[in-house]
Design a protein around this ligand. Structure first.
Ligand code: HOZ
Length: 430
């Protein structure tokens, strides 16, 4: 497959853009080689600058729940663009967005729109600290909640891909306020709260981790987070930037039946445009300015173009879309597992509704240490063979794969055929 134009563009990008990209994982540092530059997408398909077509499993890192160029989203954005791109003043679209989110996820009694998941998490943490008058926060190794100062300790995503354990530029005095624990470890959680009674402002967690690959909570784990935080007076924040509206119409919180105090959202609620949100209990959200003293603001917050795209996505959400998405993703995950084992590889494949991850060299992945034991070298080889066969997987062993409602049995069959060939070829030279 010829990707000359992508190669040329990457070389050109590097002379003006740090690392040639505007977000590190895209630079292909985790898999080697040059990133693919894309020109268009349609449903589950992507077309690159050289005219090659790929089945897309990155889905713009999650937002493309309905595939690329979904006609309802295109129409909504086109209509709004002809009216105005933004006022920096309220619009009815923002109310409709908050009403829609609240109807789908009732724990969000009040919703504040922002422009990214990073901003949502950063603001939710400030709110939790302001509300509880406590400074410490707790996160879990391998979870990623955007790149704000308080949330980069032992973080997943690009920090994992590029092996950056501690990010320079974050003052020690800030970093030491973030406590970390392993995901899925109840006794470590109980011990930490026992040692720090009434000192932790909040626990922030991806209810299904999606930035160290897909890692699923053990039965009872999220319930335990709820119970421990409630007992202590700490807030529980679910980071549903990835899982919100991807796992169920009410997000992971409805799938697992655990209600957090605050939730952060992004990705799908912007339909592919830059959008985030945080929201939750009315009494907590009342502390946000202008109602309360916890300051948070943004020129582009609630931007009408982004609201139009997000609303067009959310209006297509209903419980009926998830069984087919689950079935298609499970068929893919089972097929990949079967193909890998048949070729002689040990693998674990974690999957929940429309997200999945394949880990080589391990037979179960339940936390960050398990992820670290997986063989990223085999993933790299697999990634490139799949790319050459027209399948675009995440360019890092530590990101998840996403399906959309536009993926079909045909795209799954094509992917599995490519995977079977790739895995046999890799095995021959290992
Ligand atoms: N943090 C994103 C994945 N979880 C990567 C974003 C990007 O590179 O676009």
């Amino acid at each position: 497959m010829n990707r000359n134009r992508s190669r040329e563009l990457f070389a050109r990008a590097k002379s003006k853009v740090p690392g040639g990209v505007n977000s590190p994982v895209r630079a292909f540092g985790g898999v080697g080689g040059d990133p693919v530059f894309f020109v268009s997408g349609n449903g589950p398909w992507l077309t690159d600058e050289d005219g090659n077509r790929y089945v897309d499993y990155v889905a713009s890192w999650g937002p493309m729940l309905f595939g690329h160029s979904n006609p309802k989203l295109v129409a909504a954005v086109t209509e709004q663009a002809s009216k105005s791109m933004g006022f920096g003043a309220p619009t009815e679209l923002e109310i409709r967005m908050a009403e829609k989110i609240s109807a789908l996820m009732p724990s969000l009694e009040r919703v504040r729109m922002v422009s990214s998941g990073t901003e949502a998490a950063m603001s939710a943490i400030r709110l939790a600290r302001g509300f509880t008058a406590r400074d410490l926060i707790l996160k879990f190794s391998g979870c990623y909640h955007g790149h704000s100062d308080s949330l980069l300790s032992k973080a997943g995503s690009g920090l994992l891909t590029f092996g950056i354990p501690n990010c320079p530029g974050i003052p020690n005095d800030i970093a030491k306020l973030t406590l970390t624990l392993p995901f899925n470890d109840i006794s470590a959680l109980e011990k930490l709260f026992k040692e720090n009674p009434q000192r932790i402002a909040c626990v922030i967690v991806e209810p299904v981790a999606g930035n160290m690959g897909c890692v699923i909570p053990h039965q009872g784990y999220l319930e335990c987070l709820r119970e421990v935080t409630r007992r202590d007076g700490a807030l529980l924040i679910f980071d549903e930037v990835i899982t919100g509206f991807r796992l169920a119409s009410g997000g992971a919180q409805s799938l697992f039946g655990v209600t957090p105090d605050l939730t952060t959202l992004g990705k799908i609620i912007g339909g592919g445009l830059p959008v985030g949100a945080f929201g939750g209990r009315q009494d907590v959200m009342a502390h946000i300015a202008p109602d309360g003293p916890v300051y948070q603001a943004g020129t582009l917050s609630g931007n009408p173009l982004a609201m139009a795209a997000g609303l067009a996505a959310l209006e297509q959400i209903n419980p009926e879309i998830y069984p087919a998405l689950e079935e298609q993703t499970r068929a893919l995950a089972d097929g990949l597992t079967y193909a890998a084992r048949s070729a002689g590889f040990t693998v674990a494949c974690n999957q929940v509704c429309g997200m999945f991850s394949l880990f080589f060299g391990v037979d179960a992945v339940n936390n960050f240490d398990d992820v670290m034991r997986a063989d990223a070298g085999i993933y790299r080889k697999f990634f490139h063979k799949m790319l050459d066969a027209g399948v675009y997987l995440a360019p890092s062993a530590y990101e998840v794969g996403f399906l959309s409602t536009s993926h079909t049995a045909e795209t799954t069959a094509l992917t599995l055929k490519a995977a079977e060939k790739a895995l046999h070829e890799i095995k021959e030279v290992v």
